[in-house]
Design a protein around this ligand. Structure first.
Ligand SMILES: Nc1nc2c(ncn2[C@@H]2O[C@H](COP(=O)(O)OP(=O)(O)OP(=O)(O)O)[C@@H](O)[C@H]2O)c(=O)[nH]1
Ligand SMILES: [Mg+2]
Length: 516
């Protein structure tokens, strides 16, 4: 990511930027910290920034990663867009983020939490293809109703924007439409919020027809209530009809007609998308029903974005799924066949990553995809153990899981990136969680143990049978080996092969004639 990022020598590096974010946070925190604490926090920040900048490392299990090549070749090139003459031109559905300034409000919790959140916003912005120039945190109990930040901070942001030549301010919350507009009027460049940014990344990464439809639906849902803001600016542009005239006049002006037209078009488009998405469900349901009929256990991989879900899928199945050190690399679920060490087959699905404040529009639009997680026999909840605050990520993931009714499914916490994690963090989580596996998808450490744990945790064949299979029916023995049967004992007698097995209920009737 770094190679195309520094067209000017005076462009600050990400590390410098992140360091400044930290400095700003510290200034507002007014907390005395020991040197040691300070050094530790600084490392955490540096590490994060480095991590997203460093070249990706792939294992042989990740395959050729053709998608990654394609995605890289589509990355935005800085400096191609024309400056906005008028901020009211902002068009939500095609954000052109390039040189951005981040700003967040710190209302509750510790300063560290506010920083994690802003640092994550920096990673999100980078994933969307922009260069992060600076970041601000304001300590304030309530957002300003007009401009979100207080007037002093808003002016400071405006100065930074002008000085650094930023074209966008990204706010680390969801803004009310009027606040977004109010802040834009102060800083004079476009303002987008966290939700808009996440939607933009999803739009860039969606590949399948279903994924694209889901993202578009979420974007339109986000846009609809914000239309009024855009409409007002349009009529303002058209000559100020809404100016001093009050609501009556504004609602009858040409701008209003346009809003209504837009609104109707958007509603029609949303209805069409909903129908399309619903239309894709039967194929998925059929697949699921088929799996259920054959009693193939299903395991879903879920977890925070960038936790290593795709890497783990590749490690467990050699699937060659896209692995990228970017947020929301995977949007389209991939399902692969896997087998336990003792030969029981199961399906393993990779899913879209979660994030704090995952836009509700996305949870809704992706509901059909996420329902597969709820339908699984087991969830592998992958956690980046090298992250400074894994517990916060676990909580955010569980929040989304409960929104899609997946919180009752059996769960194994898979502490990934053990190669880069600190032991005390791993110990801390192990003490708190009942089912934990510690692995490194990168090095392969702990993978064998995880496979055993999966094997013990999925529904196993449970109908015990004693069979005597005549030698001329060798195909039956072969089938027992190939199908999901657990072979407990085998002996060879005069009249045939004697087997003590456990099979799935669906297979038992076919074996009745050989039963003892
Ligand atoms: N150090 C270390 N890095 C890892 C490990 N597993 C994955 N990574 C890295 O973490 C980054 C994210 O990996 P992915 O597998 O794409 O993560 P994901 O959870 O699928 O991410 P999304 O699809 O974006 O939600 C990549 O740069 C991986 O190389 C690990 O065990 N150790
Ligand atoms: Mg992934």
């Amino acid at each position: 990511m770094t190679e195309q990022k520094h067209p000017h020598t005076d462009t600050p590096s990400v590390d410098e930027t992140i360091a400044r974010i930290l400095a700003a946070g510290e200034a507002s925190a007014q907390e005395a910290m020991t040197e040691e604490e300070e050094a530790k926090r600084r490392n955490v920040l540096d590490g994060r920034a480095r991590e997203l900048a460093e070249a990706d490392l792939h294992t042989e299990h990740d395959g050729d990663q053709y998608d990654l090549f394609e995605r890289r070749s589509l990355r935005r090139v800085e400096g191609l867009s024309t400056e906005l003459e008028d901020v009211t031109e902002v068009e939500n559905r095609q954000l052109r983020l390039e040189r951005v300034v981040l700003a967040g409000l710190w209302t509750t919790g510790s300063v560290a939490e506010a920083e994690y959140s802003l640092r994550e916003l920096a990673a999100l912005a980078e994933t969307a293809g922009s260069t992060v120039l600076d970041g601000f945190i304001q300590r304030r109990t309530h957002p300003d109703p007009g401009t979100f930040f207080g007037s002093g901070k808003a002016a400071e942001i405006k100065e930074a924007v002008a000085e650094l030549g930023a074209d966008t301010v990204v706010v680390d919350s969801e803004l009310a439409p009027s606040q977004r507009r109010g802040l834009e009027d102060v800083v004079k460049v476009k303002v987008i919020d966290r939700t808009g940014l996440i939607l933009d990344i999803f739009a860039q990464h969606a590949k399948s027809r279903e994924g694209k439809a889901q993202v578009e639906l979420a974007q339109l849902e986000y846009l609809l209530p914000r239309l009024r803001g855009w409409g007002e600016s349009m009529s303002r542009q058209a000559g100020g009809q809404t100016g001093a005239g009050g609501a009556g006049m504004g609602s009858r002006g040409p701008g209003e007609t346009k809003i209504e037209l837009d609104r109707r078009r958007i509603n029609q488009r949303m209805a069409k998308l909903r129908r399309e998405i619903a239309g894709m469900k039967p194929a998925r349901d059929a697949k699921r029903a088929n799996r259920r009929r054959n009693a193939v256990p299903s395991v879903a991989i879920a977890g925070y974005t960038n936790a290593g879900k795709s890497s783990l899928l590749n490690r467990l199945t050699d699937a060659g799924v896209l692995v990228e050190n970017a947020l929301f690399a995977t949007l389209d679920p991939t399902t692969r066949k896997a087998v336990t060490p003792d030969g029981i087959g199961y399906t393993l699905s990779d899913t879209v990553g979660f994030v704090r404040q995952l836009p509700t529009q996305l949870v809704e639009a992706f509901r059909s995809t996420l329902e597969e997680v709820a339908d699984a026999d087991l969830i592998l909840h992958v956690v980046d153990a090298s992250h400074p605050e894994p517990e916060g990520q676990i909580a955010a993931v569980r929040q989304v899981l409960s929104e899609v009714d997946a919180h009752t499914v059996d769960e194994i916490i898979v502490l990934n990136k053990a190669d880069a994690a600190e032991d005390h963090v791993i110990d801390r989580i192990k003490r708190r969680e009942p089912h934990v596996a510690v692995v490194s998808a990168r090095s392969g450490a702990g993978i064998a143990e995880l496979k055993e744990l999966i094997s013990e945790s999925i529904p196993r064949p449970n109908v015990p049978l004693e069979l005597l299979v005549p030698y001329e029916h060798g195909e039956v023995v072969a089938r027992l080996h190939a199908e999901d049967a657990e072979i407990l004992a085998t002996s060879y007698e005069e009249t045939g092969t004697r087997l003590s097995v456990k099979v799935r209920p669906s297979l038992a009737p076919a074996l009745a004639e050989f039963s003892l």
